[in-house]
Design a protein around this ligand. Sequence first.
Ligand code: ADP
Length: 482
Amino acid sequence: MILRAQEVRLAVTHVGAVGIIVTATCWAALAKEPAVTSWSIARGLGVIIGSIVAASLTFWVIQREWRNFHQGSLQHARKCLLSEIEPEAPVVDPDTQPLVAEIRSQVTDLRSKLEAAQLKNKMLEIQLRLSDAERRQTQSILNGITDAVIVTNTFDEILLANPAAGRILNFDSETCARKPIGEIAGCTHLIQDISDARQTHSRSARRSGEYLIERDGAKNSFRASMNAVVDSSGQFSAIVTVLHDVTRDKEVSAMKSEFVSHVSHELRTPLASIRAYAELLVDGEATDETSRQEFYRVIQSEADRLSRMIENILNVSRIEAGITKTNRTQVSLTGILKQVLEVAQPGATEKKITLVDELSPVFFQIEADRDMIYQAAMNLVSNAIKYTPVGGTVRLETAVDEDKSEVSVLVHDTGVGIPEESMKNLFQKFYRVEQNKSVAKGSGLGLHLTRKIIENVHKGRMIVTSLVGKGSTFGFTLPIIK
Ligand code: ADP
C-alpha cells in the first residue's frame, strides 16, 4: 500500500514539473521581447494554451492515478481478508502430499460431522421447546380439574400432581415432582393402594376405593380410582390416581334415608293412637257416652295431625323440587292474619292463653300466595300456643319499615323459650328442641316449611329471638306494594 502511494506522488511530481518548466521557459522568452508585435502576441497565446494543456494533463494524470490507487487498495484489502479466512495453500513437499490430502479429507469429514451435529442440536432444541410447551399445557389442563389427579412412576414417585391433589393430601403440588408419594402425602391407605396397583401393573390393573381424608379439621370422603398406564411396547410406565370428593353425595343420601325413617316414625305415632282408640271403641271399652266422645275427639285430632303432617311433607318436597304451583296475587296481609287469629283462638282459649291482636289498622297489600302466607303465619301462631304454658300470652304484631318497603309479622309468646345452642338448627327438617319435646307433640317440619315459604318462594326473611323461661319471638318480613 505504501508503494502505491509513492508511485502516485512520483507521477504527479513529474507531470507537474514538466508543465511548470515548459511554462516558465515560455514566459521568460516572452519577457525578453523589446516590443509587442503580432508575433509576440501569438507566442504569448501559445504559452497560455501550453500552460492550460499542461495543467489539464497534470489533472488527468492525478485523477487516473488516484482512481487506480483507490481500486488497488480495495483489492488489496479483500485479498488480505480472504487470505486470513482461507490461507493460501503453502507450498508442500511432494512426499508429504498424501498425508496432507488425508488430513484435508479428515478435516472435511469433521466439518460435515460438526454441521450435522449442529443441525441435530437445533432439532433437539426445537423438540425440547415443543415438549416443554406440551408439558405446560398438560399441567394447566390438570390444574383446571377440580378432582385431585396424581401420576406416580414405577418407584412410587410423583411425576405430576394438580393443586387439588396438593390441597386434599396436604402437599405442595409445585415442588412435589420426583418425591416419593409416601413421604409427602398424608393418607396411608391410599398410598398403600397406589403401591399395590403399581405392583400388579398389568394393562387391566384398575383399582378403586373410598378413603376418609381429614382436611381443615373435617373428615371428607373421597372415591379414588387408580389406573395403570402402559406404553406402546406394553411396558408399565405410571399409575394415574383420581380422587373425587363424595362427601356431599354421602350427606344427601344420608339425609334421604334419615328423611324416610323420620317420616315413617312421625306417621306411625298418630296412626298408632288412631288404631288404639278405634280398637277400644270396637271392643266396647267406652261404656259411657262421655268416654266415647273423648275417644272420637282423640281420633279426630290425631287424624288431623296426620293429615297436616302429610300436607307439610308434601309441601316441603314440592318446594324443594321446585314444582310448587304458586298463585301470587295482590292480597291484604292484615286480612290473612285476622283469619289466622280467628282460627287459632279456640286452641288458645283451651289453654287459657290470651291471644292479643296488635295488627296495624292499615291493610297492607303484598304480592303473595295467600294460602302459603296463611300457612306460614298459622305455623308460628300455633307453635307459640303449643310452647306457652297455661295462662300465658301470645301477641300477633305487624310493623312497617317505610324506608325498606317491607312489613314484619311478629309472634311474641311468654313460653318456654329455646336454648342458645339449638337456635342454629331450628329451621332444619325434622329438628325438635330436645328440652321442649315433652311440652308438645310435633314433627319438626313446621319451621322448615315456614322458612321455605318465606325465603324461597316469597324472597322474605325469617326472624327469631328467644330466652329460655321468658319466651320467644318468631316472625318474618315481606316486601310491601306501595
Ligand atoms: P314441631 O312440629 O316440633 O313444633 P317446628 O318445626 O314447628 O316443629 O318447630 C321445631 C322446634 O322448634 C319445636 O320442636 C320446638 O322445640 C321449637 N319451637 C318452635 N316454636 C317455638 C316456640 N314458640 N317456643 C319454643 N320452642 C319453639
